[in-house]
Design a protein around this ligand. Structure first.
Ligand code: DC
Length: 227
C-alpha cells in the first residue's frame, strides 16, 4: 500500500514549495493536483469551450486525456505527448480554472486520475480537496494557510520570476480572493479544513519551519531513517 501525505489550502499559501521539499526529503513523489484542473481549463480554452457553461465543460471533460508519469521526484503530465509547461500558468487560465473546477464531471475525472497515481508509490499531493475528498483516509493531512497579503505577494513574485505576468500586488490579490471565494463556496468538494487535518499558518514562518512542522507531524514509521 502506498502512503499519501495530503496538503490543502488556498492559492499562495506555500503548498507547492512545502510539498516539493517534504517529498524530496522523504522520497515521496510530488503531485500538483491543481495542474490537472489547469490542464482541463487550458484544453477547454484551446477548443473554444465556454467555461461558464457547465454542461459543455462536463461533456468536453470526458474527451481530455492526460498521461501521468513519475519524473525527477514528481508526477509529470503530458497532453498528446507534450508537457503543458507555463501555458497553464497564465492569468487567463487563473481566471477560468475556478469555474471549470466547479464542474462535477471535471472533479470526478481528476479525482480518478489522482487516486490512480498510488500505483507509482508514496505520494505527497497538494490541492483544495485532497484531505477532504480525494484521500480523506490519509493519516497525514495538512491545511496550509497564510494572510491574503502574503499569498498575493508570493504569487506576484512567482509570476514575475517566471516571466508569466507583471501585475500589481492589488490585481494579484483581487484575482486570488475571487478564486478563493469560488473554490470555497462551490457545491462539490469545496476548499475547507478537514476534520483532523493539522492547520499551519505560514504567514510568519520560513519555508524550513513549515517543512519541519509537517515532517514532525507525520506517523513515526514514515520518516524512519530519513528526517
Ligand atoms: O492550485 P492551483 O492554483 O494550481 O489550482 C488551480 C485551480 O484548480 C484553482 O482554482 C482551484 C482548483 N483546484 C481544485 O479545485 N481542487 C484541487 N485539488 C486543486 C485545485
Amino acid at each position: 500500500m502506498s502512503r499519501v501525505i495530503a496538503i490543502d489550502g488556498p492559492s499562495g499559501a506555500g503548498k507547492s514549495s512545502v510539498s516539493k521539499r517534504v517529498g524530496a526529503q522523504l522520497g515521496f513523489l510530488h503531485v500538483d493536483s491543481g495542474a490537472l484542473y489547469r490542464i482541463m481549463t487550458w484544453q477547454c480554452l484551446l477548443h473554444h469551450i465556454d467555461t461558464a457553461n457547465p454542461d459543455d465543460v462536463a461533456a468536453f471533460a470526458q474527451t481530455v486525456n492526460v498521461t501521468c508519469l513519475p519524473q525527477n521526484g514528481a508526477i509529470a503530465y503530458f497532453v498528446n505527448g507534450q508537457p503543458p509547461g507555463d501555458a497553464i500558468r497564465t492569468p487567463e487560465i487563473n481566471a477560468h480554472a475556478s469555474p471549470v473546477a466547479t464542474v462535477k464531471a471535471v472533479r470526478d475525472r481528476v479525482t480518478a486520475w489522482l487516486r490512480d497515481l498510488t500505483r507509482f508509490g508514496d505520494l505527497i499531493v497538494e490541492g483544495r480537496d485532497i484531505t477532504t475528498a480525494v484521500f480523506p483516509d490519509s493519516p497525514a493531512r495538512f491545511y496550509l494557510v497564510a494572510s491574503a497579503e502574503a499569498r498575493a505577494e508570493r504569487r506576484r513574485k512567482e509570476e514575475i520570476e517566471k516571466g508569466i505576468a507583471n501585475q500589481s500586488a492589488d490585481a494579484v490579490k483581487r484575482s486570488l480572493l475571487a478564486r478563493d471565494a469560488i473554490d470555497s463556496t462551490r457545491k462539490y468538494a469545496p476548499l475547507r479544513k478537514a476534520d483532523g487535518a493539522l492547520e499551519i499558518d505560514s504567514t510568519n514562518l520560513t519555508l524550513d519551519e513549515v517543512v519541519q512542522t509537517v515532517i514532525d507531524a507525520l506517523p513515526k514509521e514514515w520518516k524512519r531513517g530519513r528526517a
